[in-house]
Design a protein around this ligand. Structure first.
Ligand SMILES: CC(C)(COP(=O)(O)OP(=O)(O)OC[C@H]1O[C@@H](n2cnc3c(N)ncnc32)[C@H](O)[C@@H]1OP(=O)(O)O)[C@@H](O)C(=O)NCCC(=O)NCCS
Length: 375
C-alpha cells in the first residue's frame, strides 16, 4: 500500500542533520547566517563579507576583506578550454544548464585534489560564475567574446558590467549586493541537501555544486523567480492582475513566488527585496509591474493566506535592472554557491554517508519467469 502521507510529505519537519550555518523560521526576523540576522546583513554588509563569513566562519576584518576581494577580482578570467565549451553551448540552451556544464568543466580543469584546497576552489567559483554565464550569454546572443577580467569592486557590479557592457549605477549595484546576500544561504533546502548528500560520499566540491545547480533549476525551487516574471508580465494593470490571479486560484494553479516549505506567515527576505523593487520602479519610471506585483501579493494573502517568498519581488527588481528573465536563476547560483560550499565543508568535517531507507511498496517476493514463458 502506498502511504500518501509519507510519499507526499517531502521529509517536511524531519531533522536530517546539524548545521552551524543558518537558522530558518526560528530567531530574529526569521533567517540568520552564522548567528547574524538577514535584515542586518542586507542593510549593512557587502556580499563578499557574507561569502567570507560562510567559507571562513567569521566576518572579515577590513584588511581580510580587502585581501579577499582582491583575490576574487584576480580570479575572474576564464580558462580557454572553458571558453571553448561555453561557445559550443547553443543559444537556446537553458542558462541553468550552462551553469551546470560550466561548473562541471571547471572541475575538470581545476580539480580539487584534496579537501585542503576547498577554499581556493570555492573562491574561484564565487569569482568565476558571473563570468561563465555572461561569457556564454554575450557570445551566443550578441556575437561577442567578452573580456571577463574586470576591475569592478563587487561580484554584483561585475555581473551587471559583463551583461550590459557598462558599469552599473550605484542603485543597481546596491540591489545586486542585497540580492546576493538574500539568496546566499538557506539551511537544508533541496539544492543544499543535494550538495550535502554528494559531499557525504567524499566526492569533490565541483560535483557537489554541479548536483546542487541541477536541483536549483526546478520551478518549485530556484526557477520560481523566472516563473513569477513570466506571469506578472502578462498583467496590464493591478485590476487585470487581480482578475487573473483569482482565476488561477479557482483553477487551483500554483502561483510561483508564493508560499514556502518552512515559513508560515512571511518570508523575511521579501520585505527587503520588495523595498528595492519599489525603489527601482521609481528610478525606471514603472507604473505597471510594481503595482501589479503588489496587487498579486494582496490577493494571495486575502484569498489564501499565502505570502510572497524571496522570489516574487526579485522578478520585478531584476526586470527593472534590465536583466533577461532567463538569467534570473543563474544569479541565484552565483549567490547560493557560497551556502552550498559552506555546507559541503561542514558535512566533510563531521561526515557519515547519508543513506536513508524507504518503506517498500512493491510486489511480494516472486520467482523469476524465464523470458520464453512470459505472456
Ligand atoms: C514552496 C512550495 C514548494 C512549498 O510547498 P509545500 O511545503 O508543499 O506547501 P504548503 O504545505 O505550505 O502548501 C499548503 C497548501 O497551499 C497550496 N499552495 C502552496 N503554495 C502555493 C502557491 N504558490 N500557489 C497556490 N497554492 C499554493 C498547496 O497546494 C497546498 O494546498 P493543498 O493543501 O490544497 O494541497 C510551494 O509553496 C510552491 O510550490 N510555491 C510556488 C513555487 C515557489 O515559489 N518556490 C520557491 C520557494 S522559495
Amino acid at each position: 500500500m502506498v502511504d500518501k502521507a509519507l510519499g507526499g510529505a517531502g521529509l517536511r519537519g524531519q531533522v536530517a542533520g546539524q548545521t552551524a550555518l543558518c537558522t530558518v523560521g526560528q530567531t530574529g526576523s526569521g533567517l540568520t547566517y552564522c548567528g547574524y540576522d538577514i535584515s542586518e546583513l542586507a542593510e549593512k554588509a557587502q556580499f563578499e563579507e557574507v561569502s567570507f563569513l560562510l567559507s571562513r566562519g567569521e566576518l572579515p576584518t577590513a584588511s581580510e576583506l580587502a585581501e579577499y576581494k582582491a583575490k576574487l577580482k584576480s580570479l575572474r578570467g576564464l580558462p580557454d578550454a572553458l571558453k571553448t565549451v561555453l561557445e559550443n553551448i547553443p543559444k537556446d540552451a537553458h542558462p541553468m544548464d550552462v551553469m551546470r556544464t560550466g561548473c562541471s568543466m571547471l572541475g575538470n580543469l581545476e580539480m580539487e585534489l584534496d579537501f585542503s584546497q576547498a577554499n581556493d576552489a570555492i573562491d574561484r567559483m564565487v569569482a568565476l560564475f558571473p563570468s561563465i554565464i555572461c561569457y556564454w550569454y554575450r557570445f551566443t546572443h550578441d556575437g561577442v567574446r567578452i573580456e571577463t577580467q574586470t576591475d569592478d569592486d563587487s561580484v554584483g557590479a561585475h555581473f551587471l558590467n559583463l551583461l550590459h557592457d557598462k558599469a552599473p549605477s550605484e542603485l543597481f549595484a546596491q540591489v545586486m549586493n542585497v540580492s546576493l546576500i538574500l539568496y546566499a544561504e538557506h539551511e537544508f533546502n533541496a539544492s543544499t541537501f543535494t550538495g550535502r548528500v554528494c559531499a557525504s560520499t567524499l566526492s569533490d566540491i565541483h560535483s557537489c555544486v554541479t548536483g546542487a545547480i541541477g536541483t536549483l533549476r526546478g520551478p518549485l525551487h530556484g526557477g520560481a523567480n523566472e516563473a513569477a516574471m513570466d506571469m506578472i508580465q502578462n498583467f496590464t494593470s493591478a485590476e487585470h492582475a487581480e482578475q487573473e490571479v483569482m482565476g488561477m486560484l479557482e483553477r487551483k494553479d500554483k502561483i510561483m513566488g508564493f508560499g514556502h516549505a518552512i515559513y508560515r506567515e512571511s518570508d523575511p527576505r521579501n520585505v527587503i527585496i520588495k523595498k528595492f523593487s519599489e525603489k527601482l520602479a521609481a528610478e525606471v519610471g514603472d507604473d505597471v509591474l510594481y503595482p501589479v506585483s503588489v496587487r498579486c501579493e494582496e490577493v494571495m494573502w486575502r484569498e489564501k493566506k499565502l505570502f510572497c517568498n524571496a522570489d516574487f519581488f526579485h522578478a520585478s527588481a531584476y526586470h527593472f535592472m534590465d536583466i533577461p528573465t532567463k538569467l534570473f536563476t543563474p544569479i541565484f547560483v552565483m549567490s547560493r554557491v557560497t551556502g552550498w560550499t559552506a555546507h559541503v565543508k561542514e558535512q566533510r568535517a563531521n561526515n557519515r554517508i547519508i543513506r536513508p531507507s524507504a518503506d517498500y511498496t512493491g510486489p511480494d517476493a516472486r520467482s523469476y519467469t524465464p523470458i520464453e514463458s512470459r505472456g
